[in-house]
Design a protein around this ligand. Structure first.
Ligand SMILES: Cc1cc2nc3c(=O)[nH]c(=O)nc-3n(C[C@H](O)[C@H](O)[C@H](O)COP(=O)(O)OP(=O)(O)OC[C@H]3O[C@@H](n4cnc5c(N)ncnc54)[C@H](O)[C@@H]3O)c2cc1C
Ligand code: SF4
Length: 322
């Protein structure tokens, strides 16, 4: 690991003016530094910033500070009661020890688990080394994405929390040298396209300060279902987050997002359109799942994800409308 300087910011201005790389819980960044994937010259510790509160908003929504630890958020009373999909997604991720360290901002910005990205002995990774090619295409790609891929990158977005925040239509608030900005989560993450090294809308020096969630939809049910190789401490092969409201056996409101299959947290608009106003039946759930995966582009080793993701959607919808 190469040497770097370290400072701890006491104020937001200090943090954004420092010009270094922010470190929250460090559970992603320190691993990548040890592996030589990330080589920041300056670390700015932001854990001392006053961004650790979770507050109900006057409009009934929720404000989540960027420094709120994943465990604290998952077990927060308002989150458990009103945003169950978020609590479930957080508790399905990593391990208790990691969740105790990991922060909301860091979780949103965690980087892909693509093994070629994380091993600098492979030179061909467009995300790490732009223009060098993609070792995963034609290589080992069982865990890779099937939605939103490009000819330059097929890496899966790894976060469970971000999938739940996508289905909850979160807003991400950032502050940087040029002031404050907000992003709908749908606009925050970039598709890889021809520049997979650009993963989100942040500009240099911009810090995520907090996330806001709209008031929960009254009468809706929320579910996060994660399918993986083992029951805990494993990333998703496919996951589905669902918020659904039914009346008279028909779907009146539905939001669906997928994890483990997309190059970014994947909002399944096609599934939602296929479900709106329809009877909440297995046949309609299956039709929605087919619509969600119609543009899937599997690689040599991950064709199984197409059917797995469909079944994941059907089961999550069945639970959310039961
Ligand atoms: C063994 C293992 C298993 C895991 N399993 C899962 C899993 O199943 N599901 C899952 O979703 N995740 C999983 N994770 C990932 C884990 O959730 C992330 O490592 C964690 O959420 C990152 O948060 P952090 O605060 O430690 O981020 P850090 O490592 O501190 O930072 C991550 C990145 O975000 C930047 N950053 C941090 N905070 C801010 C901010 N406020 N503003 C701007 N930039 C910021 C940093 O500069 C860095 O680039 C796993 C991790 C490990 C090590
Ligand atoms: S999938 Fe993306 S991250 Fe993985 S090797 Fe290819 S370019 Fe790199």
């Amino acid at each position: 690991m190469q040497s770097f300087s370290y400072s701890k910011a006491q104020t937001l201005d200090q943090a954004t003016a420092a010009g270094g790389r922010f470190i929250g819980g460090g559970t992603t960044l320190v691993d990548l530094m040890k592996q030589g994937v990330e080589t920041p010259k300056m670390l700015v510790d932001i854990t001392g910033l006053p961004l650790s509160s979770v507050e109900t908003q006057p409009d009934g929504g929720l404000m989540i500070g960027a420094m709120v630890r994943n465990s604290d958020l998952a077990h927060h009373e308002a989150v458990k009661a009103q945003y169950a999909v978020l609590s479930q997604a957080l508790l399905s991720g990593a391990s208790p020890q990691l969740r105790n360290m990991a922060t909301t901002g860091g979780n949103l910005l965690q980087r892909t688990r693509c093994p070629y990205f994380r091993d600098p002995s492979y030179s061909n990774c467009n995300k790490r080394n732009p223009g060098s090619g993609c070792a995963a295409i034609g290589g080992h790609n069982r865990m890779m994405a099937i939605l939103g891929t490009s000819e330059d990158c097929i890496a899966t977005h790894p976060s469970d929390m971000a999938v739940a925040m996508t289905v909850l239509e979160a807003t991400i608030h950032v502050e940087g040298p040029k002031g404050k900005r907000t992003f709908e989560i749908a606009d925050f993450y970039k598709l890889p396209g021809t520049a997979p090294n650009v993963e989100n809308a942040l500009e240099p020096g911009e810090l995520i300060t907090h996330v806001t969630l709209p008031a929960p939809r009254k009468g809706s049910k929320q579910v996060y279902l994660k399918l993986r190789d083992r029951a805990s401490y494993e990333f998703a092969l496919a996951s589905a987050a669902v918020v659904a409201e039914t009346s008279g056996g028909h779907i009146r409101y539905v939001r669906v997002a997928l994890g483990g299959v997309g190059t970014r947290p994947w909002r399944a608009h096609e599934a939602e359109a296929a479900l709106m106003g329809k009877p909440a039946t297995a046949a309609h759930f299956r039709a929605a799942a087919e619509a969600a995966l119609k543009d899937a582009k599997p690689q040599s080793e991950n064709g199984f994800k197409v059917e797995l993701a469909k079944r994941c959607i059907v089961r999550a919808l069945t639970t959310a409308t039961a």
